[in-house]
Design a binder for this molecule. Structure first.
Ligand code: GUN
Ligand code: ZN
Length: 431
């Protein structure tokens, strides 16, 4: 057993299914971790130091005065081959893909290149306090091996998949129907469930996949019911018009994925911006989740996720960086952008998302949306022991502002608005 004494931030179980969990804060807390039967390090106990310390006499305590221990962040949607695409300006999604993204992703055909990028990518996630991610690789099977191999070496809980894209894409990234499905199945068998790793079937988006490739993806999903599915939907108006031209009879963009058996629990769709209530009801009924990617949506001018609409109908969602359409690995930047989007979103008047809720969306809420509730994203007993150690005085302005906080929301909002990687004192995996 190990124990950590610090301030503790974590989340209560949601009171009703579908509602967010309330943040819990222990000013002087004790977190105790231990190995479970399978060797994973999990939380054994969490609570006030005064109440718990007597039960763990003899366990060495690491004391972190002035620090806050919080769950590692969960990034529901990120592209590791787009590290170097961050900050590439274009007139919206489709020109951005053509001009910057596809050319960059071509480089991942070379294993050594993919290995270097994977190692940098994971280091950058950890530097920013992200301990679990659902990641796109490139269309090259070797790019998945590079990423999940590195995640395995670091003992991370990570889910990734080879991008499927057999049409409307240039040579070098376009794959081929039969081989793409064979490779996907081989990668599922190789990686899914190995140590802390998972596999995601990854059709890029409807325009880049033939109907046969979408069909094949859905068939694989049916044969492997506990793998993830990840894709993009309803991000950009030109993209939606393109899908309409490809599937003129489909009720909506989302319904194309539904028709091919690609909506279910553990299916995570990035963006979900231009939805109507029928789409929202389909998300709810199938258990599919949205990866809300506000820095990406603002950067590419895609639109605003409709928080009020999502909550009115009720479907799963959580936060994501969507690097490299997204502009930052930092969960603080993403949470702040989500706040702006709530204020300015599609429904007027805007919503003012509470800081506890923003934080939940990037930790326990994201874990729930991914089907990993009680596994990551929280520090309740039984959760895997991955956490961040935060320094609320990381910058002079933060020190000034957090010292003025009179309640938890004020403290969390100071960190969200003023924080970045400097707040992450350390990221601890399997403590
Ligand atoms: N739609 C299809 N591919 C992509 C991608 O790489 N990024 C984003 N933001 N949208 C996409
Ligand atoms: Zn994306």
């Amino acid at each position: 057993m190990k124990a950590y004494r610090a301030s503790l931030l974590y989340f209560a179980e949601p009171e009703a299914p579908g509602s967010p969990g309330a943040a819990l804060y222990e000013e002087d807390g004790l977190l105790v971790t231990d190995a479970d039967a399978s060797g994973r390090r999990v939380v054994k106990a969490i609570g006030s130091y005064q109440q718990l310390a007597g039960r763990y006499i003899g366990v060495a305590i690491e004391h972190l005065p002035g620090r806050i221990i919080a769950p590692g962040f969960v990034d529901m949607h990120i592209h590791y081959p787009q590290l170097d695409v961050i900050g590439s300006p274009a007139d919206g999604l489709l020109p951005w893909l053509e001009t910057y993204t596809f050319p960059h992703e071509k480089r991942f055909a070379v294993s050594a290149y993919a290995a270097e990028a994977a190692s940098f990518f994971i280091a950058e996630l950890l530097r920013n306090g992200v301990t679990t991610a659902l990641a796109f690789a490139s269309s090259h099977a070797g790019s998945v091996d590079a990423l999940l191999g590195e995640a395995q070496r670091r003992n991370l809980r990570m889910v990734a998949g080879k991008v499927l894209m057999d049409q409307n894409a240039p040579d070098g990234v376009r794959d081929e129907l039969e081989q793409s499905l064979v490779e996907t199945e081989l990668l599922i068998r190789k990686w899914h469930g190995l140590d802390r790793l998972g596999y995601a079937i990854t059709p890029r988006f409807v325009p880049s996949c033939s109907a046969a490739q979408l069909q094949g993806s859905g068939e694989l999903a049916a044969r492997f019911p506990d793998v993830w599915i990840q894709s993009h939907v309803a991000e950009n108006r030109d993209e939606i018009a393109w899908v309409k031209s490809l599937y003129p009879d489909a009720r909506s963009y989302l319904s194309v994925y539904e028709k091919f058996g690609l909506l279910r629990q553990r299916a995570v769709y990035a963006h979900c911006i231009h939805f109507d209530d029928d789409d929202r009801a389909v998300m709810r009924a199938t258990g599919a989740a949205a990866a809300v990617s506000p820095t990406s949506n603002l950067f590419l001018g895609s639109g605003f996720f409709d928080y009020a609409g999502a909550d009115r109908v009720g479907f799963l969602y959580g936060l994501a960086s969507d690097v490299g359409g997204g502009t930052s690995f930092s969960p603080f930047h993403t949470m702040l952008a989500a706040y702006y989007v709530g204020r300015e979103g599609q429904t007027k008047p805007g919503v003012s998302i509470a800081p506890q809720n923003l934080w939940w969306q990037h930790t326990a809420g994201a874990a729930r949306a991914m089907g990993l509730e009680g596994v990551v994203g929280n520090l309740l007993p039984g959760c895997e022991a991955d956490f961040v150690v935060l320094d609320p005085k990381a910058t002079p302005l933060l020190a000034r502002k957090t010292a003025l906080a009179t309640n938890l929301d004020e403290l969390l909002f100071a960190l969200i608005v003023l924080g970045d990687d400097r707040v992450i004192d350390s990221t601890v995996i399997q403590a």
